[in-house]
Design a protein around this ligand. Structure first.
Ligand code: ATP
Ligand code: MG
Length: 470
């Protein structure tokens, strides 16, 4: 029996239409909606915040990291293209209200990225997992374990994209941007011995989960970075974040309306993060914040951090700690003190090596002499002169000499070569307080601190990290 040509044409047309719709994913979508009608799937929500406590849900962060590592992200209906860590790096990011598929143990799972900002801009987002009811019992538990394993591995290899969180408004919420600061411990000019001790301190912190638990302590560590402006304190925080592969929460105290808002901000921070308060001395001196001293003390004591997870660094920066109540900086509140001094000759040489690629130069003796006379500049000032004159090392060094003779004159006076026998005092260098150790002796043993002779009144700028033990 001959086929009706109209029937054949209609069939072919329907086939082409179906294939086209299938290609664009519309049929798949309609099919999914039909399946949802018949309750084939179960939905599980992973909210960004725990609604009862308003704390960050760790699983949300892990799921986000996991989903962004999936090759199937390329096949999702809609993805954002954003720049990655390195220049020219372009990475895919799952768009809001978009779905991504994953395969696990022979079944397909769907993740829906529920947008954070609709309809209420402050409402947190969520990921919604859609899994076949028949597969749930068999697949869900191992699948969640799989997500943990994959994200742990990503974090171990330091591949996680870091974020910088800021409390930019007075609503007590964090806003974040990708953290791409290029500073590393290698690029920070610092006395090499001190740098090595800090490095091993950070490394041992990363491995110390069991140790802290055994002691019944919160797995956290606090640093005080103090020294004049432009000596590298903020750069060091960035270097720490890159070294530890931790996010940074930068607390602007002037934007915190009250003690309870400070608590709330801390509760929302996640583990594997550095919580930073810059210029704490200024806030304490000027009382330019509505947060009380006891609010700051609670924050530093870690009572709060004990209820919102662990694996955190607290970093406070100050220009000087002279006017700060020593009680505020006692061990436990601040575990490690690091002094960031103005440049001495060896710091200058180190900057010349990295900024100008010069290890020796005929002008070096002259520079050394000027430093010995007591003049000094910050690494930021010297670095800037070197960057400006980077095409001519001689010109760069000459400009540093001129600056030392003018701007830097006397800046370091009294800090170098003014030691008197009467004023001798045992001063440890840099890192001064250790975990679980309470005596000065213990602390010295910990870091093999060596004795420096410097004056009681003036901190030496010839040695990075000189810090009195109290
Ligand atoms: N020790 C250092 N090693 C390398 N670069 C440095 C160092 N100190 C400062 N710089 C450079 O100087 C600039 C300013 O440094 P940074 O902001 O870290 O100083 P700071 O101590 O935080 O100053 P402030 O107290 O004013 O906040 C940065 O660009 C940094 O690269
Ligand atoms: Mg700074």
């Amino acid at each position: 029996m001959a086929m009706n040509p109209i029937f054949i044409a209609t069939l072919a047309g329907a086939f082409i239409l179906f294939a086209t719709l299938f290609q664009t994913g519309r049929v798949k979508k309609v099919w999914r909606i039909i399946e949802d009608w018949f309750h084939v799937y179960q939905f599980l929500k992973v909210p960004e915040l725990n609604e009862a406590t308003q704390q960050h849900n760790q699983l949300y962060r892990k799921v986000s990291l996991y989903l962004h590592s999936l090759p199937s992200l390329e096949d999702s209906d809609f993805a954002n293209l954003i720049t990655g860590k390195k220049q020219n790096d372009i990475v895919l990011s799952l768009g809001p209200n978009q779905t991504i598929q994953d395969r696990f143990l022979g079944t397909t799972l769907f993740w829906f990225n529920q947008a954070a900002h609709e309809p209420n801009p402050t409402r947190p987002g969520a990921f919604v997992l859609k899994i076949r009811k028949v597969d749930k019992r068999r697949v869900l538990r191992p699948y969640l374990q799989h997500i943990h394993a994959v994200t742990d591995e990503i974090e171990r290899q330091g591949q996680r994209d870091l974020r910088l969180f800021m409390n930019a408004d007075s609503f007590g919420r964090w806003r974040s941007v990708p953290f791409t600061h290029p500073s590393t411990l290698d690029t920070i000019t610092m006395e090499p011995d001190l740098k090595n001790r800090v490095k091993s301190d950070l490394e041992s912190f990363l491995r110390a989960r069991q140790y802290y638990h055994r002691l019944g302590r919160v797995w956290k560590r606090s640093f005080l970075l103090y020294g004049p402006s432009g000596t590298g304190k903020s750069s060091f925080v960035a270097a720490m974040a890159n070294f530890l592969c931790y996010d940074v929460y930068d607390i602007n105290l002037s934007k915190v309306p009250s003690d309870s808002d400070l608590k709330f901000l801390l509760l929302q921070t996640t583990p594997k993060s550095i919580v930073v308060i810059e210029d704490l001395d200024l806030f304490l001196a000027e009382k330019s914040t509505r947060v009380s001293s006891s609010g700051i003390l609670n924050f530093m004591d870690g009572i709060l951090s004990s209820c919102c997870g662990e694996e955190r660094m607290m970093v406070f920066t100050m220009n000087t700690k002279e006017n700060v109540d020593p009680n505020l900086l006692r061990p436990g509140r601040v575990d490690v003190h690091i002094h960031f001094p103005l440049c001495d000759f060896s710091a200058f040489k180190s900057l010349a090596s990295s900024y100008l690629g010069v290890k020796e130069h005929k002008l070096f003796p002259q520079v050394q002499e000027i430093f010995q006379s007591g003049a000094s500049l910050s690494p930021a000032e010297i670095g800037e002169l070197m960057i400006t004159n980077r095409n001519s090392p001689s010109r760069a060094i000459k400009s540093v000499i001129t600056a030392l003779q003018t701007d830097g004159d006397g800046r370091g006076c009294g800090l170098i070569g003014r030691q008197t026998e009467d004023d001798d005092v045992d001063e440890p260098e840099g890192v001064v307080c250790g975990e679980g150790l309470h005596t000065v002796k213990d602390l010295r043993k910990l870091y093999g601190l060596f004795r420096l002779k410097i004056t009681r009144k003036h901190r030496s700028n010839s040695s990075l990290g000189a810090s009195p033990l109290r």
